[in-house]
Design a protein around this ligand. Structure first.
Ligand SMILES: [Zn+2]
Length: 128
């Protein structure tokens, strides 16, 4: 069985060499997670949802260019997958919507599902 969680996170970014996206700007990203789960009476979906939101809050209102050199929707999706996978071992898929009509998706069985240079917010703060 699979269950889904949906949340939102606001972030800024700029993309070098990408036309109008070179200007600093922000998005409210819609984030959809699919978890492999064995649901039973002990599963607390609301607790999962709250934990999911806390995971997203790690990056809320951050500048994604502080975290990676090219924070495209695809790279952000991979970064978030790594952030959330630590708290959700059953995370099977993550889809990130960048506005209307554009999204990227990472699946756990993709060759490189997590962004390689990701640092946790606490690690990034210590190193800067
Ligand atoms: Zn953008």
């Amino acid at each position: 069985m699979r269950i889904g969680l949906i949340g939102f996170v606001d972030c800024a970014h700029r993309l070098e060499g990408a036309g109008i996206c070179e200007r600093p700007h922000g998005h409210t990203y819609r984030v959809e997670a699919v978890l492999e789960a064995t649901l039973g009476r002990d599963t607390d979906l609301e607790a999962l949802r709250r934990r999911f939101i806390r995971g997203l809050d790690q990056l809320d209102h951050s500048d994604l260019n502080d975290r990676m050199p090219y924070p495209s929707c695809e790279n952000f999706c991979s970064l978030l997958f790594g952030v959330l996978k630590a708290d959700f071992p059953g995370l099977a898929r993550l889809k990130v919507w960048e506005g209307e009509g554009k999204w990227a998706e990472v699946r756990v069985d993709d060759p490189f599902p997590t962004y390689p240079a990701w640092q946790s917010p606490s690690t990034a703060r210590k190193s800067s």
